[in-house]
Design a protein around this ligand. Structure first.
Ligand code: NAD
Length: 470
């Protein structure tokens, strides 16, 4: 493993004694110290955002798009350095659909926010009468993000907001402040003063953002529990909300599906970012006719794919990001074992790799009602549930309170689409799970939140619609 000096890291960290030590998720060595911002810093950031917003808005779409495209170029130019910071802090390896992939996605989503066209819409026309909907800036957006895809999710929140003429105050998870500070370091090479400020605070700062009268919109990604608190706080400021909350995504493998064709997509649907992904496949319903084949195909990949510290070449699975998430995964798998479920791969920590590593785990012969099925594990452990009747599988998939994503797997596309129509989720994928496209709207149903991100829908979500009628 090599550690190189990083000018971005030097720019965003503070001397020891002036901030919070941030551990490398794999080795637990201190990467650097992150500033700890409090309520005074939040007030200053919101004041600066309010002051800079009119001029930023007045630049117009073409200039803001130019700036965002320049930011995307700069993200790409600094991809390796950003990916190393992300890899160490979050834990995800450089390789595979992980750290380099995430920084690359930041550039792609920034470019998409820059280049998506949102023209005024003519909604009524009769003779001389005409009504148009225009999309204006809202003002100041508060962006509160999680620790699992900290850079990418922050980009999803801030890039469309900036494009639409808003200024932004962003609050990263206290588990991953360096990733978001590093991202903002690149953005702020191009943005006027005050347009984007990161307030690296804890939940108290998050709660204060949610209720602050100086904010017009909150983009929140995190747990359903925190989402409820934000909805309650928004009674204070009537801020518009986009809530991307937790998920417990179901996958349904239909009868007779050829397993070899889907095994790899199925595996990454479950284990992307070592399972710490909102829209990962978290409970898999498999028809009896292919059950043993699917379990074995997943278990083979789980045993074979390299897990280890992120900076070590070749690893594609990493540690859990923090102790409490590690404890959740361990408890849920232990509970499944105690109920008599069959551990086909993994099922235990891997302390030889580091304190927060847990082996990629496949659990068979498990039923709804087990905690590993009913609760969000947010880690590398997939329960595989046997079914015999497709309608019953759909009913069980829909029995969850969450409705972020879902997937249907089959060689018969028509059959898969027919099932997809009956599954309750913001997105239903076919023969894939969790793949995102910056032009395609993404968001949850039920307790997974409301509002959509990406593309035209995403721009509208950070804009104030204004009707001009004549
Ligand atoms: P979390 O809710 O604990 O924290 C998310 C952010 O909210 C952090 O920045 C935290 O400091 C802040 N926060 C916590 N309480 C707050 C409050 N009362 N008011 C304002 N801010 C508050 O979530 P997490 O543990 O960081 O992330 C994991 C969860 O996020 C999982 O449930 C996962 O499914 C979900 N998630 C959803 C999506 C999505 O797009 N739907 C994406 C990623 C993660």
């Amino acid at each position: 493993m090599t550690t190189t000096t990083s000018s971005i890291l030097d720019a965003i960290t503070v001397p020891e004694g002036h901030g919070r030590p941030i551990p490398d998720a794999a080795t637990r060595e201190t990467i650097g110290h992150a500033p700890v911002h409090g309520l005074d810093d939040l007030e200053a950031a919101i004041a600066a955002a309010r002051e800079s917003q009119p001029a930023w808005n007045a630049l117009g779409h073409a200039e803001r798009s130019r700036i965002l495209n320049a930011i995307a170029d700069d993200l790409e130019a600094n991809l390796e350095e950003l990916a190393r910071i992300l890899s160490r802090e979050q834990g995800k390896p450089l390789d595979g659909p992980n750290a380099r992939f995430e920084v690359g996605a930041c550039a792609v989503w920034t470019r998409n926010a820059a280049n998506t066209v949102l023209e005024p819409e003519v909604v009524f026309e009769a003779g001389a009468a005409r009504s148009e909907v225009h999309y204006d800036a809202l003002g100041v957006v508060g962006a509160i993000g999680p620790w699992n895809w900290p850079m990418m999710i922050t980009v999803w929140q801030i890039a469309p907001s900036l494009r639409m003429g808003n200024t932004v105050v962003a609050k990263p998870s206290s588990f991953t402040p360096l990733s978001v500070l590093a991202l903002a370091e690149i953005f702020n090479r191009h943005l006027p003063q005050g347009v984007l400020t990161v307030v690296s605070g804890d939940r108290e700062v998050g709660a204060a953002i949610a209720a602050h009268r100086g904010l017009d919109k909150i983009m929140f990604t995190g747990s359903t529990e925190a989402g409820r608190k934000i909805v309650a706080s928004s009674a204070q400021n009537l801020a518009r909300l986009t809530l991307e909350l937790g998920g417990n995504d179901a996958g349904i493998v239909l009868p007779g599906t050829d397993v070899t064709g889907i095994a790899e997509n199925l595996f990454w649907g479950c284990f992307i970012n070592t399972g710490q992904t909102c829209a990962a496949l978290k409970r898999l319903y498999v028809h009896d006719s292919v059950y043993d084949d699917v379990v074995e195909a997943l278990a083979e990949l789980a045993r074979a794919l390299p897990m280890g510290p992120g900076l070590q070449d070749g690893n594609v699975l990493g540690p859990l990001q923090n102790q409490s998430q590690f404890d959740i995964v361990k408890d849920l798998v232990d509970d499944a074992r105690a109920r008599g479920a069959r551990i086909v791969a993994g099922g235990e920590p891997a302390p030889e790799l580091g304190p927060l590593f847990y082996k990629a785990t496949v659990v068979a012969d498990i039923e709804d009602g087990a905690r590993l099925v009913d609760e969000e594990q947010f880690g590398p452990a997939i329960p595989v549930i046997r079914y015999t009747d497709v309608d019953d599988a759909i009913r069980r998939a829909n029995a969850s309170e969450q409705g972020l994503g879902a997937s249907v797997w089959s060689d018969d596309l028509d059959a898969a689409v027919a099932v997809a129509k009956l599954v309750q989720a913001g997105t239903v994928w076919i023969n894939q799970h969790g793949t995102l496209n910056p032009d395609v709207p993404f968001g949850g149903t039920k307790q997974s939140g409301y509002g959509q991100e990406f593309g035209v829908a995403g721009l509208k979500a950070v804009a104030a619609p204004k009707v001009i009628s004549r």
